[in-house]
Design a protein. Structure first.
Length: 220
């Protein structure tokens, strides 16, 4: 024990700082690696089941899917899904997986082994398709992961209006994320320019807006 203490004392401040930075770097690499793996899984699954064609079956819902992923894949406003699940419409909840959400709600499992919350989400998707509701964008701003159809359904603005603004044919493109669509179409100015154009349409024509909640008071 004494030897270990002596060895620790012999470490210079520079060596200690270097070691800490290495540990932080490893932590970031692991986190980023997991994020890339999750992204690959999401993209691969969407490609395998042709989500870009629109209206995928609720039977394709999986435990790893987040509310945001489902909202975009099924073009159902996040606020609509969150209201159906009775959870707060905020960004932290948009990234929660069905598996984790199911644990928090203590809903058990379905006969096929999927989380019980899957049925609630599937029912909400079908209810929305039968009776679409304009909710506004929970996020307040257009993001690169959104599709034109998702934005259109959330804001009540026809998708054709957005495609006229960006000058790209609507056919086959309504369910593609803006980041991907801009790259695929070699859009002038890139993703940021396309997002800005779509945002301008939303600002000018959206019939519904969700008020920004006031900031939480500072704790004493």
């Amino acid at each position: 024990m004494k030897t270990l203490v002596e060895k620790f004392k012999s470490i210079s401040r520079i060596q200690l700082v270097a070691a800490i930075l290495i540990l932080i770097g490893l932590g970031l690499m692991i986190s980023k690696g997991k994020g890339l793996m999750d992204f690959y899984r999401e993209v691969n699954y969407a490609s395998q089941h042709d989500f870009a064609a629109g209206n995928p079956s609720p039977d394709l819902l999986r435990p790893w899917m987040s509310i945001r992923y489902i909202s975009v894949a099924y073009a159902v406003p996040q606020k609509y899904l969150m209201d159906a699940l009775e959870i707060q419409p905020k960004e932290e909840n948009s990234m929660i997986s069905l598996s984790r959400l199911n644990g928090q709600m203590k809903l058990g499992k379905l006969d096929d082994g999927r989380p019980g919350v899957t049925k609630l989400v599937a029912d909400a998707i079908m209810a929305y398709r039968n009776n679409p509701v304009v909710t506004g964008l929970v996020e307040q701003k257009v993001r690169d992961w959104m599709t034109i159809q998702y934005i259109a359904n959330s804001t009540g603005i026809p998708p054709e209006t957005f495609f006229q603004a960006i000058g790209i044919p609507m056919d086959g493109n309504a369910f593609k994320p803006l980041g991907f669509l801009s790259e695929e179409s070699n859009y002038t100015g890139g993703p940021s320019a396309m997002i800005a154009t779509v945002q301008k349409v939303v600002n000018e024509l959206a019939p519904v807006s969700i008020p920004v909640p006031p900031p939480a008071p500072d704790k004493p």
